[in-house]
Design a binder for this molecule. Structure first.
Ligand code: ATR
Length: 265
C-alpha cells in the first residue's frame, strides 16, 4: 500500500510542499502519496487523528500549528525542544516531532548559495516563531557572532538569552556591519520591511528573506543598494528534503528540484 503523507496548515492551498515531495519521491523511487490538509484554526488535533486513522505515516506542519504539533508529539528531538516548534511529525509506535527549518536555512546558505556561516557576523531579524525555529541551527554553524534584533526589543532580549547570544533593538544596530542579515519577520507578507537603521542593510554581504515567492520590500531594498539577496525558496526545498529523510531514510538531491521550482515561478 502507498504510504501517505501531507502538509497540514491554515491556509495550505498554495503550499508547494506536495509538488516538492512528489519530485523527491520520483527521484528516489519511493512510493508515497503526499497531499494537503486544510485544518480549521481549532481543528488541528481532530484533523491529525483522522489522517492517522486513514493510514497517514507523517505530516509537515506549517502555520499556525507548529506549537500544537510540538504539544501533540509524544517524543520530540532536542532541536525541536529548543525551538519549541515542530514542523515534521513521524507516526510510528510513538509520535515523533522534529523541526527541519533551521537545517533547511543553513543548508540553503551553505550549499545552494555557497555562503558558509563559519566565522561570519550574522544578524537575525525577528523574534517570533520563524526566528525561534532557526536560531539554534545558525549558532551551530559556527558564526563569529549572532545578533538577534526585533521591533519589540524585549522579545529579542528574551530569545537571545535563551540561545546565549546578543539581543538588540533596531535602533541599537546603527553603524554596525553584518556579513549576513536574515529577515525572519512576517513584515514582507504585509508588504512592509523591518525598519533597520539606515546603512545596516546597505552594508550587508548577503540579505536573506525567509519568505518566498514574492519580492518583499526587504529584498527589493537590498537589491536596489547592490546587496546580494535571496528569498527563502531554497530553505523550503531543503527543509522538505530533511523531512523526507526523517520519513524515508533516503536523502533526495535538492538542486534539480529547486531549479525546476525557480523555472516554473
Ligand atoms: P512568525 O511565526 O512568522 O515568526 P510571529 O510569531 O507572529 O510570526 O512573529 C512575527 C515577527 O515579525 C515578530 O518578530 C514581529 O515583530 P514584533 O515582535 O515587534 O511584533 C515581526 N514583524 C511583523 N511585522 C513587522 C514589521 N512591519 N516590522 C518589523 N517587524 C515585524
Amino acid at each position: 500500500m502507498t504510504d501517505r503523507y501531507a502538509v497540514i496548515g491554515h491556509p495550505v492551498a498554495h503550499s508547494k510542499s506536495p509538488w516538492i515531495h512528489a519530485a523527491f519521491a520520483r527521484q528516489c523511487g519511493e512510493d508515497i502519496d503526499y497531499g494537503r490538509i486544510e485544518a480549521p484554526p481549532d481543528g488541528f488535533v481532530a484533523a491529525v487523528r483522522a489522517f492517522r486513522a486513514s493510514g497517514g505515516r507523517g505530516l509537515n506542519v506549517t502555520l499556525p500549528f507548529k506549537g500544537e504539533a510540538f504539544a501533540y508529539a509524544t517524543r520530540v528531538s532536542a532541536r525541536a525542544k529548543r525551538a519549541q516548534a515542530v514542523n515534521t511529525l513521524v507516526f510510528g509506535e510513538e509520535v515523533v516531532g522534529d523541526t527541519t527549518d533551521g537545517v533547511g536555512l543553513v543548508r540553503d546558505l551553505d550549499q545552494n548559495l555557497a555562503f558558509p556561516l563559519r566565522g561570519r557576523v550574522i544578524l537575525l531579524v525577528g523574534a517570533g516563531g520563524a526566528a525561534q525555529g532557526v536560531a539554534e541551527a545558525l549558532l551551530e554553524a559556527g558564526p563569529a557572532t549572532l545578533t538577534i534584533a526585533n521591533r519589540t526589543a524585549s522579545k529579542a532580549s528574551e530569545l537571545a538569552k535563551r540561545f546565549d547570544c546578543e539581543g538588540r533593538a533596531f535602533g541599537e544596530l546603527a553603524g554596525r556591519r553584518f556579513d549576513l542579515i536574515v529577515n525572519a519577520t512576517s513584515a514582507g507578507l504585509r508588504g512592509e520591511a523591518p525598519a533597520l537603521p539606515s546603512g545596516v542593510l546597505e552594508r550587508a554581504g548577503l540579505a536573506y528573506d525567509m519568505v518566498y515567492g514574492r519580492a518583499t520590500p526587504f529584498l527589493v531594498a537590498a537589491r536596489t543598494s547592490g546587496v546580494r539577496a535571496s528569498d527563502g525558496l531554497g530553505m523550503l526545498v531543503e527543509q522538505a528534503a530533511e523531512s523526507f529523510y526523517l520519513w524515508r531514510a533516503v536523502r533526495p538531491r535538492t538542486a534539480p528540484v529547486l531549479e525546476a521550482l525557480r523555472a516554473s515561478a
